[in-house]
Ligand binder design. Sequence first.
Ligand SMILES: Cc1cc2nc3c(=O)[nH]c(=O)nc-3n(C[C@H](O)[C@H](O)[C@H](O)COP(=O)(O)OP(=O)(O)OC[C@H]3O[C@@H](n4cnc5c(N)ncnc54)[C@H](O)[C@@H]3O)c2cc1C
Length: 370
Amino acid sequence: MKAKYDFLIVGAGLYGAVFAYKAKKAGKSCLIIDKRSHIAGNIYTEKVEDIQVHKYGAHIFHTNNKEVWEFVNQFAEFNRYTNSPVANYQGEIYNLPFNMNTFNKMWGVTTPDEAKEKIDLQRRESYVKHPQNLEEQAINLVGSDIYEKLIRGYTEKQWGRPCTEIPAFIIRRLPVRFTYDNNYFNDPYQGIPIDGYTAMVERMIEGIEVKLETDYLENKSDWDHLANMVVYTGPVDAYFHYQFGVLEYRSLLFETEVMDTDNFQGNAVVNYTDRETPYTRIIEHKHFDFGTQPKTVVTREYSVEWKQGDEPYYPINDEKNSMQYKRYKALTDKEGNVIFGGRLGEYKYYNMDQVVEAALRKADEVLGNR
Ligand SMILES: Cc1cc2nc3c(=O)[nH]c(=O)nc-3n(C[C@H](O)[C@H](O)[C@H](O)COP(=O)(O)OP(=O)(O)OC[C@H]3O[C@@H](n4cnc5c(N)ncnc54)[C@H](O)[C@@H]3O)c2cc1C
């Protein structure tokens, strides 16, 4: 019997939406299902007090891939937002990424040579030949002042343990810039969709049937009968009933508050780099859009241990989880007519541009466009 759809797309996030767009364009019929009550997955934005709020964490689109940039620009007009976070260390404000503005504030130096000299001196003073942990590694790379004020507390909150207990290999390099440039990214293309990511995804999947609040795994075989092929962007371990164990993540907790002021912190992203402040950063959403609304919405972001059932955010790239994922990956390769894609389907930290690129490539491969 002929299936009703060519593709069943599990997950209305960016991967699923890009794939669905390409399939529809190639004349294929698609059904998208998502267990959440909204489309757009983790890039979902919703308006609060007329401000686009990034519900699952701040999202800045940046890429060096022209094809990807042109692709997303078909569905949204992007503003000129440039990510320039600042660090608040016990009330002292430093620019990020580490650059001449940071070094000037830290040491009063004004030229690149002075800054290099200062960093080299600090690195030499505490140099450890074979760094055994993240603390030793970070000091080797940037010296003790930057480590103490801008790395230590933030990293300990992110990982939930002291830097002396985090392996050294986690940081191979720490970018330092000897120019007065606060732009966090080096990519040539950067911005945020003017009317939010949700509207961008909505346009991508225009004309495609979507069913929300629908969990594929609860009725898998019924859904499978509906389509010739499945694009699965949910967690790969759940698909295989956790038979090799649960893949672990680091999770986040977001505390969002509407404030009766028009400007709370003067910047979209402020990182709190001391150990004592419990959250890692505060996002003030209106500054992503140069908003002039009378109120403001802020989100405090906490890094928390993940347990099964929590929202999974960052895959853990340690040996145990990598080995476990390899075993699942071998099963995905044998699963006929199912494509596993996206951050959960491939257990991989993907930036948005990488997700778009991966979905475009996969669609071209499957639909035979190239
Ligand atoms: C805190 C944070 C900040 C980030 N900031 C940036 C940034 O600034 N710039 C950047 O480029 N990238 C950023 N990213 C990465 C970005 O979020 C991802 O690249 C992108 O969201 C991945 O899209 P996806 O489609 O793979 O996954 P998702 O958006 O998670 O979509 C998967 C969808 O599948 C659904 N699903 C899962 N299981 C089932 C099931 N059984 N049945 C039905 N539906 C199911 C889910 O509900 C979800 O909607 C950030 C990530 C995090 C965690």
